[in-house]
Design a protein around this ligand. Structure first.
Ligand SMILES: [Zn+2]
Length: 274
């Protein structure tokens, strides 16, 4: 089969394509499913849509369709936020929705050249937009962010944000600044947010987090010195917890924060006498 560019016409869609339909950054969901096939809809509904090929490996490509009109009623679908999809389907389907959402957001915010202000055009063969005047190529960017669990012996530090009322106590986190290593971010953020010095900072695992476009790098760090002193603009409260007496923490199925917490709990349990 012939290779397709990143931007497609309706006529280039294939029956095997797995379509993700969006309207104004909301994802169309029917019966808790957001992957559509061409046979489920009238192609005329897609007139004027931006149709973006995400991946074309194997027989079944993922295609994002940003529709020009609200077609949710016609399809008897609900328009849902990306965040609400965290709780339906498996991890893979959320990853797909996250990629679709981040790419559309990136295209939407790169319609003009940041250097000369002219309109950009889509590069056909590469995932990029191009300014025809100054010939600059713009590629999608992600934002690295360090997330860290601070531990002291068998205890862990959990904090509640003063900016997001998620109801969870979780790890500390912050964006990696220009010129910084993620390990330096960990030490700086822990000092800024709760006034503690840490040591023995070790990388555990990462996660793509599409709100809006972060790469979360998960670390564990040992407490070294200081008293917990929350920075009130970021942290409402922070405390040391025993693993058997935890507050409401995020699930390991959803976020790397939850995985770091579970990782530490498993480590403490395995070191305890049976
Ligand atoms: Zn330009």
């Amino acid at each position: 089969m012939s290779q397709r560019n990143h931007f497609l016409e309706i006529a280039q869609l294939r029956d095997s394509d797995r379509l993700v339909l969006l309207y104004e950054a909301q994802i169309l969901v029917r019966n808790e499913k957001f992957i559509w096939s061409l046979s489920e809809l009238d192609p005329n509904l897609l007139n004027g849509a931006d149709i973006i090929l995400l991946e074309d490996e194997g027989g079944s490509a993922i295609v994002a369709v940003n529709t020009r009109n609200d077609i949710s009623d016609t399809l008897q679908a609900e328009a849902r936020s990306l965040r609400s999809l965290l709780f339906i389907g498996g991890d893979t389907s959320f990853t797909v929705a996250g990629r679709v959402s981040q790419l559309l957001d990136w295209y939407n915010t790169h319609r003009y050249c940041g250097t000369c202000g002219n309109r950009t055009i889509h590069h056909g063969a590469e995932r990029a937009v191009v300014c025809e005047v100054c010939k600059i190529h713009y590629f999608p960017r992600i934002n690295p962010c360090a997330i860290m669990l601070v531990v002291k012996g068998d205890q862990l530090l959990l904090a509640r944000s003063s900016r997001f009322n998620s109801g969870f106590f979780s790890c500390l986190a912050g964006f990696v600044e220009i010129g910084e290593t993620p390990e330096e971010t960990v030490a700086r953020e822990v000092m800024e947010e709760v006034g503690l010095e840490v040591e023995n900072i070790r990388y555990i695992k990462s996660q793509s987090w599409p709100f809006p476009s972060q790469l979360m790098l998960g670390f564990v760090a040992d407490y070294k010195s200081g008293e917990i002193t929350p920075e009130p603009s970021e942290i409402a409260e922070a405390h040391w917890y025993d693993i058997d007496n935890l507050p409401n923490v995020p699930s390991a199925d959803i976020s790397v924060a939850g995985e770091l917490i579970q990782h530490f709990i498993a480590q403490v349990r395995s070191s305890q006498p049976k």
